[in-house]
Design a protein around this ligand. Structure first.
Ligand code: DC
Length: 232
């Protein structure tokens, strides 16, 4: 019988709490945590630094071939995953609202997706992974054992994002943040390659009005109950 890979995927739009929840789930299970959004952010930053136009396919491809991305564990439970881009720590640089929009734009480029999907599959080849992003359950790990799709009311997502940005010391305006989230939802779900979509076999959780702890408990319950001989 074909056994599915011991991989947990969490997909969903920005601001649903994917990162915090995925980090907690990975820590509870003792699995590696993979923040694929951080990889798209690093590519966006790299192309910007090199002055490459996202529409110039040859230049994008050439720059991708010389790019190294290494993910670093989060510094603490409030921090996102860190990133070394060509050996330089860009963990803070990639977390600005500008980089969110740029990451969304470069993530629609087919060669960028192909390259990052390949890297993500290599990281997941041994299983025991919690991977979060937009296309983990649909494209990157279609045979993952546990798939979740998180969603939430857009106003609440904007409020959460503002709180997160302020926690990191940035000024954040709720109206502007809401508009950016709306734009990013559109880019991420309307692009041709690997758009944001719930995998048919993913379990949907609406996180509006429920705590992070409650979402984690629901996810862990499903993951652990599907393991033979495991009880909570
Ligand atoms: O999860 P995030 O906000 O860090 O992601 C930044 C952008 O990267 C997001 O707007 C779309 C893109 N992305 C993607 O297209 N596919 C993924 N698996 C992860 C992120």
């Amino acid at each position: 019988m074909h056994r599915k890979k011991e991989i947990v995927t969490l997909d969903g739009p920005s601001g649903v709490g994917k990162s915090t929840i995925s980090r907690k789930i990975a820590a509870s299970l003792g699995y590696t945590y993979l923040d694929t959004g951080a990889m798209y952010r690093a590519v966006g930053l790299h192309l910007q630094q090199m002055g490459v136009d996202a529409g110039d396919c040859d230049a994008v491809t050439a720059n991708l071939n010389t790019l190294t991305i290494r993910l670093l564990p989060a510094r603490d439970e409030f921090s996102d995953a860190g990133v070394l881009l060509n050996g330089v720590d860009v963990s803070d640089q990639i977390r600005t609202p500008e980089m969110s929009m740029l990451a969304s734009r470069v993530s629609a480029i087919p060669v960028v997706r192909a390259k990052l999907t390949e890297m993500q599959r290599a990281i997941g080849s041994q299983g025991r992974l919690v991977a979060e992003g937009r296309d983990l359950g649909t494209v990157v790990f279609p045979d993952a054992a546990h798939k979740f799709f998180l969603d939430a009311d857009i106003q609440e997502r904007a409020r959460r994002r503002v709180r997160q940005l302020r926690l990191h010391g940035s000024q954040a305006d709720e109206e502007k943040t809401l508009e950016m989230i709306r734009q990013r939802d559109r880019y991420d779900s309307e692009r041709n390659v690997a758009p944001l979509r719930k995998a048919e076999d993913a379990f949907l959780i609406d996180t509006t009005g429920i705590t992070i702890e409650e979402v984690c408990a629901r996810i862990l319950e499903r993951v652990l109950s599907s393991r033979p001989g495991q009880h909570l």
